[in-house]
Design a protein around this ligand. Sequence first.
Ligand code: ADP
Ligand code: MG
Length: 246
Amino acid sequence: MNAADPIIRLQQINKFFGTFRALADVSLDIRSGEKVVVLGPSGSGKSTLLRTINRLESIDSGTIIVDGHNLYGEGADINRIRMEVGMVFQNFNLFRHKSVLDNLTLAPIKLKMMGRAQAEELAMSLLDKVGMRDRAHHFPVQLSGGQQQRVAIARALAMEPKIMLFDEPTSALDPEMINEVLEVMVALAREGMTMVVVTHEMGFAREVADTVVFMDAGAIVEVAPPQAFFTTPQNPRSQLFLKQIL
Ligand code: ADP
Ligand code: MG
């Protein structure tokens, strides 16, 4: 891979659920360290798009290259791809019967063959980073939604991914917990992580995104820096969307 190559390259992706076209000729390049915020109405294909980037979803045509690996090519190593691409979901998806610490150490021990002591050391430093070190021995049910989501972010980071995908990470949270999660994401962005974020938090999009991608009916209809997107959206559907939410 050439240093100038994008870390994520989507070329002409099509994805069908039956006869329904969920992704329509989607092409997008994301460079290392770039922060992309994906906006669009409900059902426009945002989650499907994210899920194709770590192969949680298959595609029907097109090419996806992540860090030089052809995701859907012959002999693609799914486990390796998932190690490089962390994902955070709306509903946290923590292992409920495991402690916070075990949530973080499980995958590194199992998939990266990390020794327990090293995995725990890494886990504690990540919990520290998301302000959850003192909850290492709690169980998810004992935590608030915002705390669970911060643990979920730390868990994804424990695999030392190169790319982090976030699918509406604050949408299931009570309003007073949204900021504590956004702050963790802002800190991650400042450290240079490549991030693709589906969110309704326009403040985050304005402040953190390098690029806003707007989707409608499975297609990317506008790609612009946030400043341009929010002040002078070019596509009529972006204009309508912004009118409705701002
Ligand atoms: P968004 O995240 O933008 O709200 P999604 O990517 O979740 O949109 O969904 C895009 C479209 O694909 C929606 O119409 C949705 O109903 C449909 N869809 C998503 N997943 C499936 C599935 N597993 N089976 C059938 N239809 C699906
Ligand atoms: Mg979605």
